[in-house]
Design a protein around this ligand. Structure first.
Ligand code: FAD
Ligand code: NAP
Length: 545
């Protein structure tokens, strides 16, 4: 790294020098951030805990993992040459294909030489005298940087419930979010999958085809919509590539970062026949467009129930045993208020003789035993256990780092009652710290790569503007932060989202504050707001000379 100035070292740490920016994480966000900063002529160093690039797509290698946004949309837009040359093979690419793509991007833009793999950032401390951050890693390195950019992901801290006895289990167990690189062959095995969120829903049909017997331990049934995945239609690809710039523009201005036909008719103004036809058409198309069939599905509970009832009827039509169909039918949350999984053959899997569904809300898991799993009422002999139990989402990865802003204030303390940000990018009291897709931004409610590119571009433009005007630092004001937090909550409360015990609400982590964390105002409106803030000379921020 250029411009290395040795500084006094703490025992056990090695000062490796200075750079303009440290980026934490080498997923889609960190890689593009590095590319943009290099383009501005800044020196940047990326620290990545994994041994390769890819983030989500590096860690989540479970069977069936694939994207839920169509690949032609779930891909970078910043380079026309890249988007023209890359060819996706399926409507929704598999994890290996997405990881190949991310590796291709890292090579094509020569990104690896500034990335240090296998290194976890453990602390980031701000010095108000120098306006710089000192970043420390688990292998004892310290580096000083003007800017600290957290590209650590919203879903990167896997959550394994602390069932007693896990350490006594004689078989192997895995978390979907930290899957063995060599893969797992379930042939001839008795397998238990705990969790029926998107990761469980994607992996269960495939594991069921391999295993001798699969036991699915379900606490809460989830709505899922068919993906109808298929090879990418070459004509569709040709058409999109010919119109990519316009297509990407529409994605950026849309509500969720991809374009689906959105009805402006309220569900309850349609007749039952019209509703049935609309839901059938959306079901036949597959994907997230299902919940855009009517205008008020995310705001009116009665309207939402018409869509939920349609899906439950589908479950009953697919699953032959009425008791299993009922157990798979969600009744505790409005449809769409948890991220809707897209599936391939999920419900049909429960027609197989080698699959058993266990309702662990009625019969709770008590312990993992040496030979399997014990619920209150039964014991299950298992050779393998898969935890598809999700993540400490949105704040988990940030709060495992000791981040200290002005006067040594810890982010963990500041966020003890829930995350507080300005625009989801910045935090009052933490100058020159940027969070990509942080809480308070659309992030997980969107096609995330659209939100990632928007944040990266905004941050890069902000840094360029500071440098051009010789400012040493930028810091969100507490008033702007308070105002934004109030706005995020206000908008969330106009919707049905807070009614679900979702990870959006922090409800999946015992003891985590219940706050709706992402911003639901829409990707297009949010981008406009961020652009206005910049155009007004970074309104809501203090610029420090
Ligand atoms: P990540 O990909 O999570 O990368 C963050 C990186 O930071 C990780 O590699 C991690 O190791 C590293 N890191 C974290 N903490 C530290 C630390 N302290 N020190 C060093 N390194 C650290 N979104 C969509 O829009 N569409 C989809 O189809 C979709 N599918 C998904 C499927 C799965 C299984 C999951 C879990 C998520 C999915 N998402 C999807 C969300 C997905 O996380 C984002 O789309 C996107 O990949 C996030 O990129 P990122 O770079 O922001 O974060
Ligand atoms: P998740 O949605 O949080 O689901 C976790 C599952 O584990 C839930 O069914 C949960 O039940 C269950 N669970 C957690 N703790 C449990 C316990 N102690 N006992 C029993 N069951 C327990 O996690 P995920 O499936 O990994 O998905 C997380 C997010 O990642 C998704 O929402 C999505 O954004 C993204 N993702 C996307 C895709 C894709 O299609 N591209 C695939 C995977 C993930 P409760 O509901 O009762 O808490």
């Amino acid at each position: 790294m250029p411009d290395a100035r040795r500084q006094p070292m703490e025992a056990g740490t090695e000062q490796v020098g200075d750079c303009d920016a440290v980026i934490v994480g080498a997923g889609l966000a960190g890689l593009y951030m590095l590319h943009r900063l290099r383009g501005l002529g800044l020196t940047a160093r990326v620290y990545e805990a994994g041994s390769g690039v890819g983030g989500t797509w590096y860690w989540n290698r479970y069977p069936g993992a694939r994207c839920d946004i169509e690949s032609m949309d779930y891909s970078y837009s910043f380079s026309d040459a890249l988007q023209q040359e890359w060819r996706w093979s399926e409507r929704y690419a598999t994890q290996p294909e997405i990881l190949r793509y991310i590796n291709h991007v890292a090579d094509r833009f020569d990104l690896r030489r500034d990335i240090q793999f296998g290194t976890r950032v453990t602390a980031a401390i701000f010095d108000a005298v120098t306006n710089r951050w000192t970043i420390q890693t688990d292998d004892g390195e310290r580096v000083s940087a003007q800017f600290c950019i957290m590209a650590i992901g919203c879903l990167s801290t896997a959550q394994t419930p602390r069932f007693p006895g896990l350490d006594t289990f004689k078989g192997e167990w895995y978390h979907t979010g930290n899957w063995p690189h060599a893969g797992v062959d379930f042939t001839g095995q008795r397998v238990g999958v705990i969790g029926t969120g998107a990761s469980g829903i994607q992996s269960i049909p495939i594991i069921a085809r391999q295993a001798t017997h699969l036991f699915v331990f379900q606490r809460t049934p989830n709505f899922t919509i068919p993906a109808w995945n298929a090879p990418l239609d070459p004509e569709h690809e040709r058409h999109l590539k010919a119109n990519y710039a316009e297509h990407r523009r529409k994605n950026r201005e849309s509500r969720a970062g991809f374009v689906v036909p959105v009805s402006d008719t309220p569900a309850l103004e349609a007749t039952p026949d019209e509703r049935q036809r609309a839901y059938e058409a959306r079901w036949a198309r597959g994907g997230f467009g299902f919940t855009s069939a009517f205008a008020d599905l995310s705001t009116n509970e009665e309207a939402n129930e018409t869509a939920a009832a349609f899906v439950r009827a589908r479950i009953r039509a697919i699953v032959r045993d009425p008791a299993i169909a009922e157990a798979l039918s969600p009744r505790d949350h409005p449809i769409g208020t948890k991220r809707l999984p897209l599936d391939t053959d999920y419900y049909d899997t429960f027609n197989r003789d080698n699959v058993t569904l266990i309702d662990v809300r009625k019969d709770p898991i008590e312990a993992i035993t040496p030979d399997g799993l014990r619920t209150r009422d039964a014991a299950y002999a298992l050779d393998r256990i898969v935890f598809a139990t999700g993540f400490d989402a949105m704040t988990g990865a940030l709060l495992t780092i000791d981040i200290r802003g002005r006067a040594g204030c810890a982010l963990q303390r500041k966020w003890a009652e829930g995350p507080r940000t300005y625009l989801g990018i910045a935090v009052a009291g933490f100058p020159n710290l940027f969070i990509i897709t942080g809480p308070g931004s659309p992030s997980v409610l969107s096609n995330m790569i659209v939100s990632i590119e928007q944040h990266v571009d905004w941050i890069a433009d902000c840094i360029a503007s500071l440098r051009a005007r010789d400012y040493a630092a930028i810091e969100a004001t507490i008033e702007a932060e308070d105002g934004w937090v109030a706005h995020v909550n206000e908008v969330a409360n106009t919707t049905l989202y807070p009614k679900a015990n979702s990870w959006y609400m922090g409800a999946n982590i015992p003891g985590k504050p219940r706050i709706f964390m992402p911003y639901i105002g829409g990707v297009g409106a949010y981008r406009k707001k961020c652009d206005e803030v910049a155009a007004k000379g970074y309104e809501g921020f203090t610029l420090i000379a």
